[in-house]
Design a protein around this ligand. Structure first.
Ligand SMILES: *Cc1c(COP(=O)(O)O)cnc(C)c1O
Length: 605
């Protein structure tokens, strides 16, 4: 299901705050020689969040689910990943492929990991989990030495260390005593087996306070931290962690009703929609607002209104009732209200298909009205191109030859390269963009997907597959052009290998059928959301044959509307029509008009 972008609730992820929170915790732990594994599971392995944690200095990423790990790997994250949940026997093959280290407690699983890794010529790291009383996962201390001994004797696996997890099921707090038990077991294993354990993983966000009190044994050299990074809170006592923000994630929903009503229901009362017996205090008449969010979207009990002149009254599946009687500024219908979230609400919101997720970089500047013509297309020789763009207030320079340096120079000076020519240079354009800007989106307006991988396919049909490293890993740009920020609009045909890849990579594709159904305006809005989420803007690759094509494609009007919306977004960093001009084309007027639309030309001025 794709949430409607017009109206549904949105979680905004402030990536800079996540990066800063991470840095605060990494620096703090660093003082005690403790490495931090950044745990991304509450975001379902969102690549932009993992990247922010990596920039913030974590040693690796911790994830509990293989689907999330695959998601991270597809976005070019090559850092070590630790699997936090005990591997299922049935998933060993996939785990050995994409995970470096897993937390383990079952010898039969370790044996299977060993067999599989050995067959693939890999070494899989094993951390043995010890149950210190919280009664979730872990080996009972009496059995530890024997399992460690057997693990050390197996090929394809390496006993990387010991770990424990507390304050999850049983609420047992980390203490000097239970941490020392972990250290003693490590020493016993090292002495009896004559090995050195690399990692002693002393828990999660609930272990930070013990470190702060300088009570953590010095042998503990790793913590696996999720909540403290995401929500700025340690979890032993639930206190704010100094130097971190608690609002890296915010949620917004829209007011769909405002009425003055009594606070006490009228009539005989039975059960509410969830089988509870409502207990409601009489506060007299109040101004009540209804927001378009409910228990089907999040864990409502975990939401806090950012504006504290408002308060939550209650919620059902689809409605959240808010008391706005005392509001500092009177809200209007259609206004958005903001919330911060606790861990449970964040988890529910991030996994909900009804809630849109939008990650934001702190430094997204809008583009300046400057174009550099790049390439050797006859279109650059037409008088209309310069006069048309100039009349829109756009400064035009060039043409320049399409060298990587020229294209990079353009990005460096905040100028939009307009790349045209007989040869397709999209890969050079994308390379220049990611080299200068980093995280980037890609919008492809084309009837083809250019996702072929077979050797026999023409180079022009392999642009996207090459950029995603599916042909040659050396060309892989997926760590900057994540598949999650790539959109194809106007697809008319795809080979089987292409449609398989679209599905596997979870690319956002709008076929002509979907455009007919949703309308080009909604499609373009969704495309922009996808391409702009957590990026410094997007690269537009535009092929004229997305248009009419014997009435199979977009109409000229639809194309203009799409490009006008693209212009309004102010996030288009490059426009590329290289290799896409129609054969024998002599009249460049339609193309020039399309480019003008992408720079703000309106039909009625
Ligand atoms: C979720 C999880 C963590 C991270 O916990 P936080 O409280 O979010 O820091 C660490 N270790 C394991 C095994 C986990 O499952």
């Amino acid at each position: 299901m794709t949430p409607s972008l017009m109206s549904g609730p949105v979680i905004t992820i402030h990536l800079k705050k996540i990066e800063d929170n991470t840095r605060a915790i990494v620096d703090f732990c660093g003082e005690y020689d403790i490495d931090v594994i950044g745990v991304s599971k509450v975001t379902c392995g969102m690549p932009s969040v993992a990247k922010a944690m990596i920039t913030g200095g974590v040693k690796g990423i911790g994830e509990s689910r293989i689907e999330n790990i695959n998601r991270l790997r597809m976005s070019g994250i090559n850092h070590p990943i630790t699997l936090l949940r005990i591997p299922p026997l049935s998933g060993v093959d996939e785990i050995v492929n994409s995970v470096d280290i897993s937390l383990n407690s079952e010898l039969s699983v370790i044996k299977e990991l060993s067999r599989t890794a050995d067959k693939k010529g890999k070494i899989h790291g094993v951390i043995l989990m010890l149950d210190l009383g919280d009664l979730r996962e872990g080996i009972w201390p009496d059995d530890l030495l024997q399992i460690a001994t057997e693990t050390v004797g197996l090929p394809g696996v390496k006993l990387s260390g010991l770990g424990t997890n507390l304050t999850c099921y049983g609420g047992v707090l980390p203490s000097v005593k239970n941490m020392q038990v972990l250290v003693d077991h490590a020493h016993r294993i090292e002495d009896s087996l004559n090995i050195k354990l690399d990692i002693l993983s002393g828990g999660n966000s609930s272990s930070l306070e013990l470190v702060r009190q300088r009570k953590m044994p010095k042998e503990i050299n790793q913590l696996r931290i999720g909540e403290a990074i995401m929500l700025g809170r340690e979890t032993a006592y639930g206190k704010r962690w100094s130097g971190t923000s608690f609002d890296a994630f915010t949620l917004e929903a829209e007011l769909i009703e405002i009425k003055t009503k009594p606070s006490i229901p009228i009539g005989e009362t039975g059960m509410d929609a969830f089988g509870g017996k409502p207990v409601i205090e009489d506060k007299g008449e109040m101004v009540r607002g209804i927001l378009n969010i409910g228990r089907e979207d999040v864990d409502v009990g975990g939401l806090s209104l950012i504006d504290n002149s408002l308060s939550i009254i209650g919620a059902s599946s689809d409605h959240l009732l808010v008391n706005i009687t005392e509001a500092d500024t009177k809200p209007q219908l259609g206004n958005k209200m903001g919330f911060t979230l606790n861990y449970g609400a964040l988890l529910a919101g991030m996994t909900s298909a009804y809630v849109l997720k939008n990650s934001l970089l702190s430094s997204t500047s809008t583009i300046k009205n400057k174009i550099a013509m790049v390439g050797s297309s006859p279109v650059f020789n037409t008088p209309e191109i310069k006069s048309g763009l100039k009349s829109l207030g756009v400064e035009v320079t060039g043409p320049f030859t399409s060298t990587p340096e020229n294209i990079e120079q353009s990005f460096k000076t905040g100028t939009v390269p307009f790349i045209a020519g007989p040869q397709r240079v999209t890969l050079s354009g994308m390379t220049a963009m990611k080299n200068v800007l980093g995280q980037s989106g890609l919008i492809i307006l084309d009837s083809h997907a250019s996702l072929m991988v077979s050797e026999s396919a023409e180079a022009d049909r392999k642009i996207l597959s090459t950029a995603l490293g599916l042909i040659d890993d050396k060309m892989n740009m997926s760590s900057d052009f994540s598949p999650e920020n790539i959109v194809i609009i106007g697809l008319q045909e795809a080979e089987k290998e292409e449609s398989d890849l679209i599905r596997r990579l979870n690319l956002t594709v709008f076929t002509m059928e979907e455009i007919d159904l949703l309308g080009i305006r909604e499609v373009t809005r969704r495309a922009l959301r996808t391409a702009c989420s957590g990026t410094h803007g997007f690269y537009l690759s535009f092929c004229q044959d997305v248009g009419d094509n014997n009435s199979e494609g977009l109409t000229a009007r639809e194309l203009h509307l799409a490009l006008e919306l693209i212009s309004k977004s102010e996030q288009m960093r490059a426009i590329d029509v290289s290799g896409c001009l129609k054969e024998g084309q002599i009249d460049y007027t339609p193309l020039i008009h399309f480019v003008e639309s992408a720079f703000g030309r309106r039909i009625l001025g």
